[in-house]
Ligand binder design. Structure first.
Ligand SMILES: Nc1ccn([C@@H]2O[C@H](COP(=O)(O)OP(=O)(O)OP(=O)(O)O)[C@@H](O)[C@H]2O)c(=O)n1
Ligand SMILES: [Mg+2]
Length: 408
C-alpha cells in the first residue's frame, strides 16, 4: 500500500472525529477518513462533512457505538452520534451505489480498503486518511492534485457507466478547484454524455449550480459544451451558439436566481417558457417565481420599457438580480440603476398604502364589494406612478373622486 504523505496537523473537524476512528480500530476493524474532506484538507480548503469508511459491517458498527441512526443502512451507511456531532460511517463496498437515488443499486460490502477506493470517481476523491495522519493514495491522486487534474480512477468509461452523474461532477470540480479534466477522462465524458439523460434531474441541478458558483464557471460551461453534456440537460439542446456566448460573459459571484435568469434571458425566453424551463430542472416554486420576474424585467430593460409599475411588479430581489445581469449583458442602463429607482418607489406592496379598505369603509367612502377593490387598485397605481403622494388625506380625497368618476 503506497503511503506518500503524512498529515501533521488535522483540521478541527477531523480532530473531533478521531475518537470514532480509534474506537472502530480498537474493536478490530479498519477505519479511515475518505472523500471530499480528505481532498479539501490537502488542498487547504474548508471542509464540510467528514466521511468515514470502515471494514466493519453496518451491524458491527452499530454494536461498537451506543448511539447510531440508520440513515442509509442499505448502502452501508450508519450515522454515529457523538458529542452533538453526527458522522456517516460507511462500510467498504464495491458496486456504485450512486445511481438514481430513488432507485439505489444493490451494494456489496467488502473488507478491503483497496476495493472501496477502486470504485470511487476521481483520483483526488480516492484518498484515505488514517488516524495517525498517513494518506493511502493508490491511484496517484496526490500527483493529480499537484498537477491540477481531475482524472477518473482506473477506466473512465467504467466509472461513468456506474454513475453518469460523475460526468457533471468532473465539470463541477473543475470549476470549483480550477483543475483541468485529464484528456482520457474528458474523452470518456464526450463518449458517454448521453447517459446523463438517465440521471435524476435534481442531482444534475445540484452539480450544475455548484459548477456555476465555483471559481471558474466559464471554464465549467465551456467544458459542458465541449463534452456535449450541455446537449443532455433540459433546455440546453441545440443552443451551443448562445451557450458559447454566455460562457464568455463575466459569470463570477452569481446566486441561483442570477444563474437561471442568465440562461432564460440568454435563450430569449418569455414568461411561460421560463416557467417551463425552471419546472424541467425541478426548481422550487420560489426560485422559479424570482427567475421569471428577473427574466421578464431584463426583457423590459432591453426594450426600454421599464417604469415604476414594472419595478414594483418585479420586487426587490428580481430588481437587484436584473441590475447585475444588465451589466453582464451590457444592456443600456447604469450599474445599480434599477435598484435606485426601486428604492425610490413610495410603496413596495399594497400594504404600504397609507389608506386601507377598512378605513375607506369606516370613513363611509365605500362599502364592501368589488368597487372597493377597484378603487384601491387605482390608488395603488397612482401612488406607484407618483401621481399621488402616499398620505392618508390625499388618498381619501382621491378615493372619493375615483368613486364619483365611477358612478357618473
Ligand atoms: N457519484 C459519486 C459520488 C461520490 N463518490 C465518492 O464519495 C465521496 C463523497 O461524495 P460526496 O460527498 O457526494 O462528494 P465530495 O467529493 O465529498 O464533494 P463535496 O465536497 O461537494 O461533498 C467522493 O469523494 C467520492 O469518493 C463517488 O465515487 N461517486
Ligand atoms: Mg462530501
Amino acid at each position: 500500500m503506497a503511503i506518500i504523505l503524512k498529515i501533521n496537523k488535522f483540521p478541527i473537524e477531523f480532530e473531533e472525529a478521531l475518537p470514532i476512528l480509534r474506537k472502530i480500530e480498537k474493536a478490530g476493524f479498519e477505519a479511515y477518513f475518505v472523500g471530499g474532506s480528505v481532498r479539501d484538507t490537502i488542498l487547504g480548503r474548508e471542509i464540510h462533512d467528514v466521511d468515514i469508511a470502515t471494514s466493519a459491517y453496518p451491524e458491527e458498527v452499530k454494536q461498537i457505538f451506543n448511539r447510531t441512526v440508520d440513515t442509509g443502512i442499505q448502502h452501508g451507511t450508519v450515522m454515529v452520534l457523538d458529542h452533538g456531532n453526527g458522522y456517516e460511517v460507511t462500510t467498504f463496498r464495491t458496486e456504485s451505489t450512486y445511481q438514481d437515488y430513488r432507485r439505489p443499486d444493490e451494494v456489496t460490502f467488502v473488507r478491503s480498503l483497496e476495493e472501496d477506493l477502486k470504485r470511487r470517481d476521481f483520483t483526488i476523491n480516492a484518498l484515505a486518511l488514517s488516524e495517525d495522519g498517513t494518506i493511502t493514495d493508490l491511484f496517484s491522486g496526490l500527483d493529480d492534485m499537484k498537477n491540477h487534474l481531475i482524472r477518473a480512477v482506473g477506466i473512465a468509461d467504467e466509472r461513468f457507466n456506474e454513475d453518469a452523474l460523475r460526468m457533471m461532477r468532473a465539470i463541477r470540480f473543475s470549476s470549483q478547484l480550477d483543475f483541468d479534466i485529464e484528456s482520457e477522462t474528458e474523452g470518456a465524458i464526450y463518449r458517454h454524455s448521453h447517459l446523463l439523460e438517465k440521471i435524476a434531474i435534481e442531482r444534475i441541478h445540484e452539480e450544475f449550480v455548484k459548477m456555476m458558483k465555483g471559481t471558474r464557471p466559464n471554464l465549467g460551461l465551456t467544458k459542458m459544451i465541449e463534452t456535449q453534456l450541455s446537449e443532455h440537460v433540459p433546455g440546453f439542446k441545440g443552443q451551443q451558439v448562445i451557450l458559447k456566448h454566455l460562457s464568455e460573459l463575466n459569470l463570477q459571484k452569481m446566486d441561483e436566481i442570477k444563474i437561471w435568469s442568465l440562461f432564460a434571458f440568454g435563450f430569449k425566453y418569455n414568461k411561460p417558457s421560463t416557467t417551463k424551463f425552471m419546472r424541467n430542472w425541478k426548481s422550487s416554486n420560489q426560485l422559479t417565481d424570482e427567475v421569471v420576474k428577473t427574466t421578464f424585467l431584463l426583457n423590459q430593460v432591453q426594450n426600454n420599457q421599464v417604469g415604476n409599475i414594472e419595478l414594483y411588479a418585479a420586487g426587490k430581489i428580481a430588481v437587484v438580480a436584473a441590475d447585475h445581469l444588465s451589466q453582464i449583458f451590457d444592456l443600456a442602463i447604469q450599474p445599480g440603476e434599477l435598484t435606485i429607482e426601486y428604492d425610490h418607489l413610495q410603496i413596495k406592496t399594497k400594504r404600504d398604502l397609507a389608506i386601507s379598505a377598512k378605513e375607506l369603509i369606516a370613513d363611509e367612502i365605500l362599502t364592501p364589494g368589488p368597487q372597493l377593490g377597484q378603487v384601491l387598485n387605482r390608488l395603488e397605481t397612482l401612488v406607484i406612478n407618483n401621481e399621488l403622494t402616499n398620505n392618508y388625506d390625499e388618498l381619501l380625497m382621491a378615493a372619493k373622486s375615483i368613486k364619483n368618476e365611477g358612478s357618473n
